[in-house]
Design a protein around this ligand. Structure first.
Ligand code: PLP
Length: 394
C-alpha cells in the first residue's frame, strides 16, 4: 500500500507536519483581517470616528483572546509574539539585581536567554532538571526556593516533545510563598484548555501563529495587581505596559484565531487532531523497529509526537523526508553546517546520537488522515533506505 502511494504521490505531494514551528492561517482569520489592510483606516488612539472603530475592533479581539485563557480583557497586553511576551514577563518583573529566578532546563530560548541575560546583570538562576519523561519534579522546585526568589517561569507544553508540566501544582507553591509565576503557554494555547485562575499564575504568554493566527502578534496575561515595568517607552498604549501603535489587522486575526481555538474544544476538531496524532504514533511504532517516543510516559499536548529512530542520522533523515515531500523538524538545530542536538532531549537524558536521530511531528487542524498515511509511508520508506545504506557501508 505504501509503495504504491510513494510511486503515485512522491513527485506531486507535499505535506506540512511542523505546526509547532508555525500553523497555516485559517481562511476565516484571513477574512477577518483583510478589511483592516484594504478598506478600514484609523489609529486606535484617535478620538474621531475612524479611531473609535479601530479601538472597538482591538477591544473585541482582546475579549476573544481573554475568553481563551479565562482572564479579564484588561489583563492582556498585546505584544509582537511569544518571544516578546516571555521577555516582558521576565524583564518586566525581575528588576532587583540580586533576585533569584527559577526556571527549567527545557524552556524555549525566549525564556532561557532572557534569564541568562539577567544573570549577567547580577541575578541568580536555578534551572530545574527534568526526568526521562520530560517533566520537572515538584520536590526539586521546593528545594530550589530561596528567600529572594522573585519569579518562577515554567512552560505549560514543551515545543519539541509536547510534554505538559504540572503548572497547577507549581501555581499553588508560588502563591503560598508569594512568588510570581510565569507560564509560557505558547505551545499549549488552543490544544489544552487554559484557565489562568485555575493555574494560579501571574503571567502567561501566548502567540497567534501557533494557533492558526498570523505571525508577529502575541499576548502576555498580567494579573491585574502586578506592577509590570515596560520594555518599550513611548505612548501610553496597552495601559502603559507596551508602547507602540497597535498592529490592528494582526490583533483582529489573533482574536478570530482565539475564538476558533476555543470552539475547537467543543466542535470536535481538537479530538480529531488527537486521533490523527495517536494513529500516526501507533502506526510508526508498529511499522518501524528500534524506535520510541520521547516523553512517552508523560501527559502531552494532543498534536505532537517526538520519536527517536535507532541507526539513522537525524539530519540525513530530515533531508530525505524533505525530498520525499514531508516537512517535519528534527532533534538537532543546524546552523552554518554545525548541528547541535536539542537541549530539551539532552536534558531528558537522551544520548547525543539518540537526540539527533529524533524527529518531531506536529499536526495542525488542517492535517488530514491522508497526510498521516503519507507521512507513515514516507518515514518508514526513508528509514528503511537509510538503514540499508548505512549497514551496506559497514
Ligand atoms: C514554547 C515557546 N515559547 C515561545 C516561543 C516564541 O514564540 P514566537 O515565535 O511567537 O516569538 C515559541 C516558538 O516556537 C515556543 O515554542
Amino acid at each position: 500500500m505504501c509503495a504504491k502511494l510513494q510511486l503515485i504521490d512522491r513527485e506531486t505531494r507535499s505535506v506540512y507536519m511542523d505546526a509547532n514551528a508555525t500553523t497555516p492561517l485559517l481562511v476565516e482569520v484571513f477574512n477577518a483581517m483583510m478589511p483592516w489592510y484594504l478598506s478600514r483606516v484609523g489609529n486606535a488612539s484617535s478620538g474621531h470616528t475612524h479611531g473609535r472603530a479601530v479601538r472597538a475592533a482591538v477591544e473585541e479581539a482582546r475579549q476573544q483572546v481573554a475568553d481563551l485563557i479565562h482572564c479579564n480583557r484588561l489583563e492582556l497586553v498585546f505584544t509582537s509574539g511569544g518571544t516578546e511576551a516571555d521577555n516582558l514577563a521576565i524583564f518586566g518583573t525581575v528588576t532587583e539585581p540580586g533576585a533569584h529566578i527559577i526556571t527549567t532546563s527545557i524552556e524555549h530560548h525566549a525564556v532561557l536567554h532572557a534569564v541568562e541575560r539577567l544573570e549577567q546583570h547580577g541575578c541568580t538562576a536555578t534551572y530545574l532538571p527534568v526526568g526521562e519523561n520530560g517533566q520537572i519534579q515538584i520536590d526539586d522546585l521546593r528545594r530550589a526556593l530561596r528567600p529572594n526568589t522573585r519569579l518562577i517561569s515554567v512552560m505549560m507544553a514543551n515545543n519539541e516533545t509536547g510534554v505538559l508540566q504540572p503548572v497547577e501544582e507549581i501555581g499553588r507553591i508560588a502563591r503560598d510563598r508569594g512568588i510570581l509565576f510565569h507560564v509560557d503557554a505558547v505551545q499549549a494555547a488552543g490544544k489544552v484548555p487554559i484557565d489562568v485562575k485555575k493555574i494560579g499564575c501571574d503571567l502567561l504568554s501566548i502567540s497567534a501563529h501557533k494557533m492558526h493566527g498570523p505571525p508577529g502578534i502575541g499576548a502576555l496575561y498580567v494579573r491585574e495587581d502586578i506592577n509590570l515595568v515596560p520594555m518599550f517607552y513611548g505612548g501610553g498604549h496597552e495601559l502603559g505596559r507596551r508602547a507602540g501603535t497597535e498592529n490592528v489587522a494582526a490583533i483582529v486575526g489573533f482574536g478570530k484565531a482565539a475564538e476558533i481555538a476555543l470552539n475547537g474544544f467543543y466542535d470536535g476538531s481538537v479530538t480529531k487532531l488527537e486521533h490523527l496524532r495517536d494513529e500516526l504514533e501507533r502506526r510508526l511504532l508498529h511499522e518501524i523497529g528500534d524506535a520510541g517516543v520521547n516523553g512517552a510516559r508523560a501527559p502531552r499536548v494532543l498534536n505532537t509526537v517526538n520519536l527517536w529512530f535507532g541507526g539513522v542520522e537525524g539530519p540525513r533523515l530530515l533531508r530525505q523526508l524533505d525530498e520525499m515531500g514531508l516537512s517535519v523538524s528534527g532533534g538537532s538545530a543546524c546552523t552554518a553546517g554545525l548541528c547541535l542536538p536539542s537541549h530539551v532531549l539532552l536534558a531528558m537524558g537522551l544520548s547525543i546520537q539518540k537526540a539527533s536521530s529524533s524527529v518531531r511531528f506536529s499536526l495542525s487542524k488542517q492535517t488530514t488522515a491522508e497526510d498521516v498515511h503519507f507521512a507513515i509511508c514516507q518515514v518508514s520508506g526513508a528509514i528503511e533506505q537509510l538503514r540499508a545504506t548505512s549497514s551496506s557501508r559497514c
